[in-house]
Write a protein of this length. Structure first.
Lengths: 296, 194
């Protein structure tokens, strides 16, 4: 085991879900980064990014909320780490539009009554793990390889689309999750639904949509022989985990498929005790699967 | 309206609406040649009366009102698959945003009220609390949509798992959020904002 030479430090925008329904994503992100000796400092008094509802009906509001958060993030050193796929997408989209469109930028500066700093790189934690820290280092840091765990890596919509905006990986055929999982010793499966939509925020307005779309994702993962699904978005997690029982009842299927956050699996492989990863907060308990694979 | 024969003439085609959509979205509507790739990949097209490619065709024909009156734009999940796959670089996801904004601002007729209600409550939450307060969001949605029993069993389960917070504290700098909302409203009144 070689010691990691450079010490990485990031500012951190958790977003609303990580402070509530996605609390285990927050807990496990902090645990994984601590285990990897990567600094993470939360941006003080951040606001909601506006997510999908804001840009759906009011682009200026969406851009202004994100620009405000980007300016708050300037107060903390280090590139801005984001865990939620939706917050990541909105912050990157805002940087993208404001860099290209002076008129929008002027309007946003009036709205937030201040300048719009756009220089700080916004990074999803996947790219921090795979690129800043690097796959070789990740692999070297593994204390408990996730051997025998067959994982369906689920990207969903906002991590990679549209072209030229998130710039995380290829829009249609990304590899970053699978690469990280292999470094952890797990086995990513090939499956059909890794880029399909889970139904997103229709979970509030039209849950039937989520039952249908997320049901197809669970079905596909099961057909591919996956033990579990790994996500990097709190809304995807909630739709696949919290709504799973509803999906099973509607389609008379049995999935019992645990949904992991990427950071839960990273932290587990880094030797973080399993009671520090928020497993008690999820609906489909992953602990029986982990025991069966002798990972607990 | 959907099945009525469409007569196209200067009187029945609203082409200035298309220009508005193009200006707001920053995307060409006219470049679409109807290959249908957007609708083929759209996860939500099964829920729409006009799938994405037909929305664009209706716009090209100056039939924006037909689009706004339906539910299609509110059933778009903003997954960006259409934009990603369009061979002509038509940014359909941005066009959907522009259409929703035009519908929202005009408070016009639409068949889909639940999605609009959810959006409104979500944005109200930001203005009031600075962040999302999920318990209030769910409870207010059930009250205002009249679906008092929706997801009734889910609430207590999520509370017991620590996934829902009973109380929510406001941001210390909540006044700054109110300022953003207010300044955008003022710009709109003066016709200066998007």
């Amino acid at each position: 085991m070689t010691a990691h030479k450079k010490h990485l430090n990031y500012s951190f925008y958790p977003g609303c879900s990580l402070h509530a329904s996605g609390r285990e994503y927050d807990i496990s992100t902090r645990a994984a980064f601590k285990a990897l000796n990567v600094g993470l400092k939360e941006v003080p008094e951040w606001f909601c990014c506006g997510a999908t509802p804001a840009h759906n009906v009011d682009e200026l509001l969406s851009l202004s909320l994100c620009a405000k958060n980007l300016s708050l993030a300037e107060k903390v050193e280090g590139d801005l780490a984001v865990a939620c796929a939706a917050c990541f997408s909105r912050l990157k989209t805002t940087q993208h539009h404001l860099k290209q469109d002076d008129n929008k930028r002027k309007l946003v500066e009036i709205a937030i009554d201040g300048p719009t700093p756009l220089g700080k790189p916004v990074k999803h934690i996947l790219e921090i793990l795979a690129r800043d820290l690097g796959l070789p280092h990740l692999e070297e840091s593994v204390k408990k390889p996730l051997a025998g765990l067959k994982v369906a890596c689920y990207y969903g919509c906002l991590l990679t689309r549209p072209p030229g905006v998130p710039e995380l990986d290829d829009c249609e055929d990304p590899r970053i999750m699978e690469d990280i999982l292999r470094a952890l010793g797990a086995e990513p499966v090939q499956w059909s639904h890794r880029m399909e939509c889970c139904g997103a925020n229709f979970t509030l307005s039209r849950p039937g949509v989520v039952l249908m779309l997320s049901g197809a994702i669970l079905e596909s993962a099961q057909l591919a022989g996956a033990d579990c699904i790994m996500v990097a978005c709190p809304l995807c997690h909630s739709n696949l985990d919290v709504r799973q029982q509803g999906i099973e009842e509607k389609s008379s299927s049995a999935y019992d498929t645990p949904i992991f956050y990427i950071t839960q699996l990273v932290a587990l492989a880094m030797g973080v005790p399993s009671d520090k990863l928020g497993f008690e907060s999820v609906i489909v308990d992953p602990r029986p699967l982990l025991k069966q694979k002798t990972l607990l | 309206m959907k099945n009525k024969l469409m007569h196209l003439s200067n009187e029945t085609m609203n082409l200035s609406f298309v220009k508005k959509v193009e200006a707001l979205s920053g995307s060409s509507v006219r470049r679409c040649f109807q290959c249908g790739k957007c609708s083929a990949g759209c996860p939500m097209s099964a829920f729409m009366e006009h799938p994405p490619n037909r929305v664009v065709r209706l716009l090209q024909l100056g039939q924006g009102e037909r689009v706004l009156a339906g539910r299609s734009i509110w059933y778009c999940a903003s997954c960006e698959t259409c934009t990603t796959r369009c061979p002509n670089k038509v940014d359909l996801a941005a066009i959907m945003d522009a259409l929703r904004k035009l519908s929202w601002d005009a408070d016009g007729p639409s068949k889909e009220s639940y999605v609009q209600l959810a959006n409104r409550l979500f944005i109200e939450n930001i203005r009031t609390y600075g962040r999302q307060y999920e318990l209030r969001l769910g409870a207010a949605f059930n009250m205002k949509s009249g679906q008092f029993l929706k997801d009734l069993m889910l609430g207590p389960k999520l509370l017991s798992k620590g996934k829902l917070k009973m109380f929510h504290s406001k941001n210390k700098n909540i006044a700054e959020i109110e300022g953003i909302f207010r300044r955008i409203e003022e710009m709109r009144k003066k016709g200066e904002a998007l």
